[in-house]
Design a protein around this ligand. Structure first.
Ligand code: KIV
Length: 276
């Protein structure tokens, strides 16, 4: 499979069904690729679902880089977006240096950054780095937004979000993630844009959806936002499998003969000293 290019991604506008999924390692990226996702996001959500942090704020560039490399090895044919972690996009200079590493070393095709940081976005695009925007609930600054809350519920905030989305489009991003915004607002924003709007908790009237891998397979259980649909209760399935393994080890049922290796009889006799 060939990776989707920026013109191909932009051409998905208005067609619906653009599928984005996070993946942070070789096996999850390989599975996502085999299932035919369009775009893999090495999101800084990895800090919460893989590394056990309380938020995405502590995630470092080295961590995103490490996981991008693994995801790239698992999905060589899929367009990968890597997140710019908190503060790595504080200035154009920092963002350029972070994006350089994510693309050259991490194998990413685009970077995503949160908020309407137009100066930074323009610098990245001028340097040839494709950018995906992210508006609405922006987890790196959730504290300033009043927590993990729906954004743009009142008309003033909604107008600001629409203006930001249009400004990102004018700056040249290839698409915009809309996180936790009312479905009616997401629909309106998507209609006004000529680039893909990718929703997460933004209803179905957008061009695509993104979900976090560990939410989709049910292995992240600290909280479950309303927008998450679990397609597997992976947490309980995996826990049951581990319990069965532990029970087999304790009862002696594992390993069985088929899991063991054997020696030739003659060699065995030599081992016991019956052969010179
Ligand atoms: O980090 C992430 O996984 C994200 C998605 C929730 C869009 O930014």
């Amino acid at each position: 499979m060939a990776r989707l290019t920026i013109p191909e991604l932009k051409s998905r506008k208005g067609r619906g069904g653009l599928v984005m999924l996070t993946a942070y390692d070789y096996p999850s990226a390989k599975l996502a690729a085999a299932a035919g996702v369009d775009v893999i996001l090495v999101g800084d959500s990895l800090g919460m679902v893989v590394l056990g942090y309380d938020s995405t704020v502590p995630v470092t560039l080295e961590e995103v880089l490490h996981h991008s490399k693994a995801a790239r090895r698992g999905a060589p044919g899929v367009h990968i977006v890597a997140d710019l972690p908190f503060m790595s996009d504080a200035t154009p200079e920092r963002a350029l240096s972070a994006a350089e590493r994510l693309i050259k070393e991490g194998g990413a095709d685009s970077v995503k950054l949160e908020g309407a940081k137009l100066e930074v976005i323009k610098a990245l695009l001028a340097a040839g780095v494709p950018v995906l925007g992210h508006l609405g609930l922006t987890p790196q600054t959730a504290g300033s937004l009043g927590g993990y809350k729906v954004q743009g519920r009142d008309s003033l905030a909604a107008k600001r979000l629409l203006a930001d989305a249009l400004a990102l489009q004018d700056a040249g991003v290839w698409g915009v993630v809309l996180e936790m915004v009312p479905a009616q607002l997401a629909q309106l924003i998507s209609k006004q844009l000529n680039i893909p709007a990718i929703g997460i908790g933004a209803g179905g009237d957008v061009d695509g959806q993104v979900l976090v891998f560990h939410d989709l397979i049910g292995v992240f259980d600290r909280f479950k936002p309303r927008f998450v649909k679990r397609y597997l209760e992976g947490g309980s399935l995996i826990r049951d499998a581990i319990s069965a393994y532990a029970a087999d080890v304790r009862s002696g049922a594992f390993p069985a003969e088929e899991h063991a290796y054997s020696m030739e009889q003659g060699e065995l006799e030599g081992l016991y000293g019956e052969k010179d």
